[in-house]
Design a protein around this ligand. Structure first.
Ligand code: PLP
Length: 235
């Protein structure tokens, strides 16, 4: 019978995989940031991952973040928001996260600006781009991206630092790779335009099933949940 692996063993394995893939594509693995996605995971398990060296957490739900926040051992940890964010929830998370990766509407940008002014702070944001997700409405479509960036860049408390994508579920590796390749191309094109208040530093793509594919297409922030913590229990 296979023994259950500890979080440390799992993380070691993931780091080995990242290093191997980066070597294959001639990249440095030190450019890749690993996020542990904590949805449905009890804080004790999250703290176990932190004790094993995890320095970045990804949170999907404002309510869940608020419930678990105080229990996290977060002296050396950053938290990014990665889930769909309703404008009326921004105030709950504004003082708890260092980045919002799921910026997908101008009303949301406006509310982040408003809450930043109130809390006298600034916020790094990634634009969530919708590539190939015809069924979900989450993310800015590629047709609207230029317009969206031009408008979002006007909010002076927000700093647009890159892009995030969630590929459509139930698609083949080939289709996922196409999605990653498309976003990488957009990322490079937009970076080359050098727009004021937009710096394309982070390309956030790749989850448990596809992070090695994403690394091949320039991802420098991978978001891993189930591969670290095991299958989620939503009950
Ligand atoms: C849940 C989630 C992840 C992690 O998914 P896994 O497949 O468990 O690694 C990554 N990004 C976002 C936005 C998520 O909601």
């Amino acid at each position: 019978m296979e023994q259950t692996k500890t979080i440390q063993e799992i993380l070691n394995r993931i780091h080995d995989n990242i290093a191997e893939t980066c070597t294959q594509c001639g990249r440095s693995s030190s450019d890749v940031r690993l996020m542990a996605v904590t949805k449905t995971v009890p804080p004790e398990r999250v703290n176990e991952a932190i004790a094993c060296g995890v320095t970045l957490l990804g949170e999907n739900k404002a309510q869940e973040l608020c419930a678990k926040y105080d229990a996290y051992q977060k002296e050396h940890v950053e938290i990014h928001f990665i889930g769909h964010l309703q404008t009326n929830k921004v105030r709950q998370i504004i003082d708890k996260v260092t980045m919002i990766q799921s910026l997908d509407s101008i009303p949301l940008a406006k509310e982040i600006q408003r809450q930043c002014e109130k809390h006298n702070r600034e916020m790094d944001c990634l634009v969530e781009v919708n590539i190939g997700n015809e069924l979900t409405k989450s993310g800015v479509s590629t047709d609207e991206l230029d317009d969206f960036l031009a408008q979002a860049a006007c909010f002076d408390r927000l700093h647009l630092r890159g892009m995030m994508v969630i590929p459509p579920i139930f698609t083949s590796d080939l289709e996922k790779e196409r999605c990653f390749a498309d976003l990488q191309k957009l990322f490079i094109d937009i970076r080359a335009k050098k727009i004021d208040n937009i710096s394309m530093d982070f390309l956030s793509m790749g989850m448990s099933d596809d992070y090695l594919l994403a690394l091949k297409h320039g991802s420098n922030l991978i978001r891993l949940g189930s591969v670290i913590f095991g299958r989620r229990n939503y009950n």
